[in-house]
Ligand binder design. Structure first.
Ligand code: NAG
Ligand code: NAG
Ligand code: NAG
Ligand code: NAG
Ligand code: NAG
Ligand code: NAG
Length: 319
């Protein structure tokens, strides 16, 4: 079986075996998971539509007896091939909302994700070792990353996303605990970020290996975002302070094109790269990011080499 659903408490999914989609109350949502090219029916026009009920989706949306800390992901797709996930609403998951792990050729469209901005670790859509994925037309508001893309993911296309509240669209974190990570060919376009902590972010731990490369962020609107454009190669999310290490996950070939709007902080472009493995081949084109009150803002670009700017770039990294 190519599809595995693991579903717990907070999420309520109703299966509606029809074309129309509706949300009958704030706790209820319509869901469909389709596998159109399911192996058993290679020539069938009929799409294989699975009821999530058959995979244990019995939660009623009101059982919060599980402590959140070790709580499971609300909806977990593992090792799926040629999967389409459409028209799902996920509300107030205890931990991550929707995870795709080791999946290939997957489409996630028309997803709505809602959780309060104070709910920790509630990433909206999380990809791990997932390839050839499209995420499109999603509204995501949560307490952690709207979309997070981690190790082993490649050829990911994200478009038409509204994100907020939340921690933005993130590649990473990568390289924790001296691990090796590879993420490449990620294209994010037509996104609007509203009141988020970060806009588009790449975050890696010191001591890691591997790379995050060939990443494009294009046609993005920022509305009062604290760190609109950020690369942090000194990411440290642990109780024990991180120490200086020589190795790092390399960050290179990152394009930021047509990114406009407002920054909630003074620094709207923050490249905090590694001194031993600097960020390389960063392109900035047509950028305009200002703080709403002063109509100005700064960049902080540390350990960035071979970067280029074209069109009108404000704030510039070369200043
Ligand atoms: C998904 O929702 C959209 C918009 O509400 C609707 O047009 C479409 O028919 C729905 N698709 C399915 C497979 O239910
Ligand atoms: C939801 O499930 C929990 C535990 O399974 C149960 O205690 C509760 O009464 C249910 N609530 C509703 C509204 O069905
Ligand atoms: C990173 O992803 C690759 C490809 O899926 C996998 O082989 C490797 O084990 C992963 N590394 C870690 C540290 O999880
Ligand atoms: C880091 O790796 C070490 C050695 O492989 C392991 O013992 C430890 O549990 C890992 N720590 C975390 C936070 O993953
Ligand atoms: C770079 O990131 C580290 C870790 O988050 C932080 O301690 C340091 O102040 C940052 N440097 C700059 C210039 O922002
Ligand atoms: C990249 O930057 C380094 C250090 O500034 C410089 O020596 C090198 O010539 C540059 N390479 C290219 C291809 O621009």
């Amino acid at each position: 079986m190519a599809i595995q659903f693991l579903l717990f408490s907070f999420l309520v999914l109703l299966f509606n075996n029809g074309a129309s989609s509706y949300i009958s109350s704030e706790d209820l949502s319509n869901s469909l998971a389709e596998a159109p090219s399911y192996n058993n029916h290679p020539n069938s026009d009929e799409q294989n539509i699975f009821s999530v009920d058959d995979y244990g989706a019995k939660a009623n949306g009101s059982d919060d007896s599980e402590p959140c800390r070790d709580a499971p992901t609300a909806l977990y797709f593992y090792h799926c091939r040629h999967l389409k996930v459409r028209n799902i609403t996920s509300k107030d998951s205890q931990q991550m909302h929707i995870v795709f792990s080791h999946c290939h050729n997957v489409e996630a469209v028309h997803l709505t994700i809602r959780a309060p901005d104070w709910s920790p670790n509630t990433d909206g859509i999380h990809l791990s070792s997932t390839r050839n994925m499209r995420i499109s037309n999603c509204f995501i508001g949560t307490g952690d990353d709207c979309i997070s893309i981690v190790n082993g993911s490649r050829n990911v296309h994200v478009d038409n996303i509204v994100c907020g509240p939340g921690h933005g669209i993130s590649i990473g974190s990568l390289g924790s605990n001296n691990s090796r990570a590879h993420v490449s060919k990620v294209h994010v376009e037509k996104a609007t970020l509203i009141g988020t902590d970060n806009g588009v972010r790449i975050k890696t731990w010191q001591g890691g290996h591997g790379h995050a490369k060939n990443i494009h962020f294009e046609d993005i609107s920022m509305c009062n975002v604290y760190n609109p454009i950020i690369i942090n190669q000194n990411y440290c999310d642990s109780k024990i302070p991180c120490y200086q290490q020589d190795s790092a996950v390399a960050v290179r070939e990152v394009v930021y094109k047509n990114i406009r709007g407002t920054s909630a902080s003074d620094i709207s472009i923050n490249f905090n790269c590694s001194s031993t493995v600097p960020c390389k081949y960063i392109k900035l084109q047509d950028i305009s990011l200002v703080s709403p009150d002063s109509f100005t803002s700064r960049s902080s670009c540390i350990n960035v080499i071979n970067s280029t700017e074209s069109g009108s770039v404000f704030p510039s990294c070369n200043a």
